[in-house]
Design a protein around this ligand. Structure first.
Ligand SMILES: Cc1ncc(COP(=O)(O)O)c(C=O)c1O
Length: 423
């Protein structure tokens, strides 16, 4: 079997909901995806039958221990981490980055330099700006090209100096949708002896992630962006994590990964994360027979999950292509991201646009009246909006399809937009 949209959609109760008889079209996915039944069931099961704190002598506590371990192993598979001990859970990406930045800061000295990107979400910008203020670090900015919406990596060479200690960059922009060449970026960082902190929140839902191949030191993502519960997950390279001083309370374990997890975690969230990875694995097993061959260096769930991501991205590219083709044909619309049809590999399906005369919030509200869900604004991509000169004009309309969306849904959006823009 190859990609089967109906089999996928049938797993999401939210996709069948209607309001006053009108179906819902979810294009708000970059802000959070819907959840399949298996994920919701795992969360409910944890709360109803395995609800206890960890490390006790009794049955429900042992069950909770197993859930936590299975979530770590699942995420190690999803990210191709060498060990589940390097998988750290937390509330969300922002909280985890703010928290870990304190520990990373212990390695830094006044006058040290850090490189931040102008393509990143503020969650991979401001925690580091605050750290730089506290520690008197120098910030050097990696810009992106306003025409190509991509980094010029030669500029990175100029930014790396012998004082550079840390480079923070995203896998994909939540505004432009650009997929960055993280592997090339990390190779440059590694060659210069610089730590790399990758915000994978918008790349992980769309492309297969292999932290070992990327060569990064930290990779952080959020499962609510990839069909799971509200949960942050951070992978750190063991040798680097072991150099860090964890910000923790005294009785909390001193060992990895526990020492970086503050307080009691959401075990139900972790149960949901494990089920989310199972969801991908089942897609890999049942629909991605061809793609499995490209991941023959892995086995079992790890292989299935990576194959599934390839299959889903291939399908998503058909949605992106149709969406961009339609949007560029509508008068007054400018796509704020890569729009050439032969470059769909270099972007995720998150497509943002502006219109010459109608503001983004007005468009988003008008679409909401037709039960088409999109976001407007800068979506926390503050530096991106500034670079594109749209920070004072309401940002963009962001349309973010994922693998459970259909071409028919894209077409419906494209059909209603022109009339809506001319009113
Ligand atoms: C690229 C990117 N990074 C970070 C975040 C923040 O994620 P979280 O809500 O898990 O803190 C988001 C949220 O939209 C994002 O899109």
């Amino acid at each position: 079997m190859s990609f089967d949209l109906e089999a996928i959609r049938s797993q999401y109760p939210a996709l069948a909901l209607t309001d006053s008889g009108t179906r819902r079209i979810y294009f708000d996915n970059p802000a959070g995806t819907q959840v399949p039944v298996c994920v919701a069931a795992a969360i409910a099961d944890c709360l109803m039958t395995k609800n206890a704190n960890l490390g006790g002598y009794f049955a429900s506590s042992s069950d909770a221990d197993r859930i936590v371990q299975s979530a770590r192993e699942a995420m190690a598979d999803f990210l191709n981490a060498p060990s589940s001990d390097e998988i750290i859970f937390g509330q969300n990406m922002t909280t985890m980055t703010l928290h870990l930045s304190r520990s990373i800061g212990r390695l830094l000295r006044p006058g040290d330099e850090i490189i931040l990107s102008q393509m990143d979400h503020d969650a991979n910008v401001w925690p580091w700006v605050l750290l730089a203020r506290d520690l008197e670090l120098e910030i050097r900015w990696l810009p992106f090209n306003k025409e190509s919406f991509e980094f010029d990596l030669e500029l990175l060479d100029d930014l790396l100096t012998e004082r550079t200690r840390l480079l923070c960059v995203g896998g994909s922009s939540n505004l432009t949708g650009t997929l960055n060449d993280v592997k090339a970026i990390c190779a440059k960082a590694q060659a210069a002896g610089v730590l790399s902190f990758i915000d994978g929140v918008q790349s992980a839902p769309h492309i297969a992630t292999d932290v070992q191949d990327l060569g990064c030191d930290f990779f952080v993502c959020s499962s609510y962006k990839f069909f799971g519960p509200h949960q942050g997950i951070l992978w750190g390279r063991r040798e680097v994590l072991e150099q860090l001083e964890p910000y923790k309370v005294r009785p909390a374990p001193a060992e990895l990964p526990w020492c970086f997890e503050t307080g009691t975690q959401s075990h139900e969230g972790m149960a949901g994360v494990a089920a989310t990875v199972d969801y991908f694995a089942l897609i890999g097993q049942t629909m991605a027979t061809e793609q499995l061959k490209s991941w023959s260096q892995f086995s079992g769930q790890r292989q299935q999950v990576h194959a599934a991501m390839d299959l889903l991205f291939d399908y998503e590219k058909t949605l992106t292509s149709r969406l961009i083709d339609g949007l560029t044909g509508i008068e007054g619309i400018s796509v704020q991201g890569i729009a050439t049809q032969d470059a769909m590999d270099r972007r995720v399906p998150t497509v943002s646009f502006t219109h010459d005369t109608v503001g983004p919030a007005i468009i988003a509200e008008a679409l909401a009246k037709r039960n088409i869900f999109v976001w407007s604004g800068h979506n926390y991509a503050v530096e991106v909006a500034k670079t594109l000169g749209i920070d004072k004009t309401g940002g963009v309309v962001r349309v973010g399809p994922v693998h459970y969306n259909s071409i028919a849904e894209i077409d419906e959006l494209l059909e209603v937009l022109p009339a809506l823009l001319s009113n």
